[in-house]
Ligand binder design. Structure first.
Ligand code: AMP
Ligand code: MG
Length: 495
């Protein structure tokens, strides 16, 4: 089935964008050109005006039937050149061979360099046994979380739109189909490099690396880049970006759930939202993915897994770097940048403006204390922010079983040399410690309502998560402790 082409005239009001596809210039070894499989009787579930604005798409276009059809895979805009890319990867620590965009189709890219991809747009040559579809449940989670992460300042792909359809999709039970329109400067993963390295396709590997450097990391061509080697410089730049990303995740209490190398962005973006979870209680060994029986991707293992994944990228780039010591030095940057960035994020959460010698010990002591009682992570930080403003720390103390431990930590915090004017500290803490977090049970409530055709809770949640640091009077229930049933939610790879 071919998606009809919407001419610019037919697409009224026009998207107003010129479309191209830089990835398509890489050549046929990198992708398969194909059109999305039409989605029957699509309807809007949610849209992001902020992303529309970022893309340069008029809000009025997003109201149009033309946009609905494009965002469902039923129509293309003039200039779009849809394709599915090929990649490979390590899944759960094991080489999985060829994977690829099994249900994602890249439509094209705007003149501003943002790529638009449909997830759930039907089968591709890389679907293997899959149906090429995504269900409403998991698509709501991806849509909400990518927008929430952006609002938290965490590097991420974004979502322009979410459309649904009555079309049945078989998972554990029959669900319905949905499509997420995702946006990113690039969807290239570590696995794209592993793919060509594993096949000893050196020219293609070099073409891909040069494309990524020229477009996204031009500084790697500077003669004074690490080792004077652009590919080592690329590995170092990606290591640093990944370190920054992991610092964000660990500080936010975000558990990705499936850190396979094919889910690692070459730009250091959070990508492929599946069984992710924001921690409720601070349980460092928490495993959010019900399918991860070994706990490989437990929350506290994420920083090491990222390094392991970078090592796989380093191996893939080695034929281009041609110098093991240089590659190792590039990877080493992760080991300095991650702890430094993590400490910086935690200083922000504590309202400490400048670095001091005792910062790491203060943070470690606090995290141990939070872990000891499984203290609710978002509520702790928000209460601490308000307590610094008011001077009343009782609501924070109430969260701890180990009251003596808390009192001792609070004393060390109050005597810490990084302390400044409490009002100042609290103001900055309230901008680092969100009131509204996409906890599993909130997503679940939005999903259950949406599956009954009620999108109001989803839209409310979307609005709260878009401004997570604001108070939003009247919405305190969305910032409360999780209900008892939250711990029984099981999120697996099924999506
Ligand atoms: P994920 O675990 O979602 O990152 O997916 C791993 C691989 O499986 C990727 O190559 C996906 O494109 C592919 N995949 C996942 N779900 C489906 C599906 N329903 N149909 C086709 N391919 C899929
Ligand atoms: Mg994936």
């Amino acid at each position: 089935m071919n998606a009809p082409l919407l001419s610019a005239a037919a697409a009224a009001p026009a998207s107003g964008l010129e479309w191209r596809n830089g990835f398509a210039d890489l050549g046929a070894d990198f992708f398969t050109e194909l059109v999305p499989t039409p989605l029957p009787a699509p309807h809007w579930v949610a849209t992001s005006l902020d992303v529309a604005h970022q893309l340069g798409v008029p809000a009025a276009w997003l109201d149009s039937d033309a946009a609905l059809q494009v965002c469902s895979g039923n129509a293309l805009l003039s200039g779009m050149r849809p394709l599915a890319t090929v990649y490979s990867g390590h899944q759960f620590g094991v080489w999985a061979g060829q994977l690829g965009d099994g249900r994602a189709i890249l439509l094209g890219e705007t003149a501003g360099g943002l790529e638009v991809q449909l997830k759930g747009a039907g089968r591709t040559p890389y679907s293997r046994g899959g149906d090429g579809r995504a269900v409403l449940r998991s698509s709501i989670r991806e849509f909400l979380c990518s927008e929430a992460m952006h609002a938290l300042g965490v590097p991420t792909t974004r979502a322009l739109a979410l459309t649904g359809s009555p079309a049945p999709v078989q998972r554990e039970v029959v669900e319905t189909a949905a499509v997420v329109t995702r946006i990113a400067p690039s969807f290239i993963r570590f696995g794209h490099f592993e793919h060509f390295a594993a096949r000893d396709q050196l020219p293609q590997l070099r073409t891909l690396a040069d494309y990524v450097i020229d477009r996204y990391y031009p500084q790697c061509r500077n003669p004074d880049a690490p080792g004077g080697n652009p590919y080592a410089a690329l590995l170092q730049a990606v290591s640093e970006r990944t370190a920054e990303l992991l610092a964000h995740w660990q500080a936010q209490g975000f558990c990705h759930g499936v850190m396979n190398t094919d889910n690692m962005s070459i730009l250091g973006l959070t990508i492929d939202y599946g069984p992710f979870q924001f921690l409720d209680g601070f349980v460092p060994g928490h495993v959010c993915n019900h399918s991860d029986t070994q706990g490989r991707y437990a929350f506290n293992r994420q920083p090491n897994v990222a390094y392991w994944n970078l090592f796989r990228l380093g191996q893939a780039l080695l034929p281009l770097i041609e110098d093991v010591a240089l590659a190792q030095a590039a990877l080493e940057s992760y080991q300095t940048v991650f702890p430094a960035e993590f400490l910086q994020r935690m200083r922000g959460k504590l309202g400490l403006q400048a670095a001091h010698a005792g910062d790491a010990a203060l943070v470690d002591g606090l995290l141990n204390l939070l872990a000891h009682g499984g203290v609710d992570y978002p509520i702790f930080w928000r209460r601490l922010s308000h307590a610094v403003a008011s001077g009343d720390f009782e609501p924070v103390r109430d969260l701890f079983i180990d009251r003596a431990g808390w009192d001792a930590w609070l004393l060390s915090f109050s005597e810490h040399p990084g302390q400044s004017n409490p009002r100042h500290m609290a103001d900055s803490m309230l901008k680092c410690n969100p009131k509204f977090v996409l906890r599993n049970h909130l997503g679940e409530q939005a999903i259950r309502a949406a599956e009954q055709g009620d999108f109001a809770p989803l839209h409310t949640l979307q609005a709260l998560l878009a401004q997570p640091f604001e108070e939003h009077p009247g919405h305190d229930a969305w910032a409360d402790f999780p209900p008892d049933w939250a711990s029984s939610i099981e999120i697996s790879c099924s999506s």
